[in-house]
Ligand binder design. Structure first.
Ligand SMILES: Cc1ncc(COP(=O)(O)O)c(C=O)c1O
Length: 416
């Protein structure tokens, strides 16, 4: 039945049954009028990211950014959903800033001399939506924002959606050079820097403590915000996160933390921590966009992270991610030695690999796809022109038994 459905020959109507699909009307639909109604797109980004494409069920998939089911605490999540269904939150409206207990949990996760208050933690439906709100509320259309390069494609997209002008600074395995950040602020007058100091997507880079301190000093000196996207807080392998928000006591750091990759992508619960008027502006933007986040999902997320099994889950996940990273690295080094992983990530979900100079990345990605392997071209992770031919290989989604096969396909595609 699955095959027939995929082939478009039968269709299921929920609660009614499964039927042979009726013949399609022979006259093609004419949507030409929409071209005139819509005009040219305002932003270049029309369509989905390569990481969001739906691959054939039997394809080897190293493109997606979310961990496989067996890495996630499925038992805790299912039990939490059942318990959440019995709470008030299942049938009432949640406060715009989030369930107070979940706000308190997110705030309590930040260690430092002046911890944020629960009020400073705003619950949002996935950190992607937080990026758009932060850029819109704190930077605004036509205004410059400093950003690492390469960086998360979703941040580049959110900035474009908000009309923000990006000012890229190069970032390596230890983070950006603070002098570059200083220059970018001084020459553009930017008031914000979006960065991932911990296990950056895509490179896995972790800033050194000195870089973090120096960048924070630059940000303070320019009266600016550091938007710290701590997306991989719970995805450390050989190192632990040291979020810069812990050193902030006067609202310079706007901090994002997400549970979608460690609890469940289906719960889509994350938080922004912000202090002062910045907090109120972000909250106003979120409320205008979505009013509030489903209380049922918030209650379930809170239940999971406060169970005794949560810490055990994080430890197990760390080991599994380490084993997966090493297996994929070995497969690449053995079977595709020309694909160069310059930096072994100490955390996160990805290998960032460089192809030999002159390789056409898109043609390479297509050659892999034709051989049954889906990967993402690195192009999307650059806010300006790519500095080389890169691909991103995610080791968290596919079954690790298939990594050797993936390595062979990569090697084969490189040779042809
Ligand atoms: C760096 C970074 N930030 C934010 C996100 C968005 O995550 P979510 O909306 O699932 O919280 C991702 C997802 O891959 C990411 O890699």
């Amino acid at each position: 039945m699955r095959q027939l459905t995929a082939a478009g020959l039968v269709e299921s109507r929920p609660g009614v049954g499964t039927f042979v699909r009726a013949a399609r009307p022979t006259t093609p639909a004419d949507y030409g009028w929409q071209t005139a109604a819509l005009g040219s797109p305002l932003s270049r980004a029309v369509g989905l990211s390569a990481t969001q494409q739906v691959a054939a069920p039997d394809a080897l998939q190293l493109h997606s950014g979310y961990p496989a089911r067996d890495l996630l605490p499925e038992r805790l999540v299912r039990a939490a959903l059942v318990r959440a269904a019995r709470t008030e939150s299942a049938v009432t409206r949640a406060p715009a800033a989030g369930l107070p207990e979940l706000q308190a949990w997110f705030a309590s996760e930040v260690a430092g001399p002046v911890p944020p208050s629960p009020r400073d933690a705003l619950v949002i439906a996935g950190s992607q939506s937080g990026l758009t709100s932060i850029f819109r509320a704190l930077v605004g259309p036509g205004q410059p924002m400093v950003i690492e390069s390469p960086t998360y494609w979703g941040a580049v997209l959110a900035a474009r959606q908000s009309g923000v002008d990006l000012v890229p600074v190069p970032s390596g395995p230890d983070g950006p050079n603070p002098a570059d950040v200083e220059r970018a602020f001084a020459t553009t007058g930017a008031r914000a820097f979006y960065a991932q100091p911990t296990f950056a997507n895509p490179t896995g880079a972790q800033w050194s403590a000195e870089t973090g301190r120096a960048v924070l000093d630059v940000v303070r000196a320019h009266g600016a915000f550091l938007v710290e996207d701590d997306w991989a807080h719970d995805l450390g392998i050989d190192a632990d996160p040291q979020p810069l928000v812990g050193q902030d006591d006067d609202g310079h750091v706007i901090y994002l933390r997400s549970l979608t990759k460690t609890v469940s992508p289906s719960l889509r619960v994350a938080a922004v921590i912000a202090r002062g008027p910045a907090r109120d502006r972000i909250l106003a933007d979120r409320a205008a966009e979505t009013m509030y986040v489903s209380g049922l999902l918030q209650a379930a997320a809170l239940d999971v992270v406060t169970q005794p099994g949560w810490r055990t889950h994080l430890r197990t996940m760390r080991q599994q991610l380490g084993a997966r990273r090493d297996l994929l690295l070995r497969a690449v080094r053995e079977s595709a030695p020309d694909l160069h992983v310059e930096h072994v990530p100490a955390g996160g979900l990805n290998l960032w690999a460089r192809l030999p100079d002159g390789t056409d990345v898109d043609a390479f990605v297509r050659a892999c796809q034709a051989r049954g392997l889906v990967i993402a071209a690195g192009t999307e992770w650059f806010p300006a022109e790519p500095t080389g031919p890169f691909v991103r290989l995610n080791y968290s989604g596919e079954s690790p038994e298939r990594f050797p096969e993936a390595g062979r396909i990569l090697g084969d595609a490189l040779r042809h």
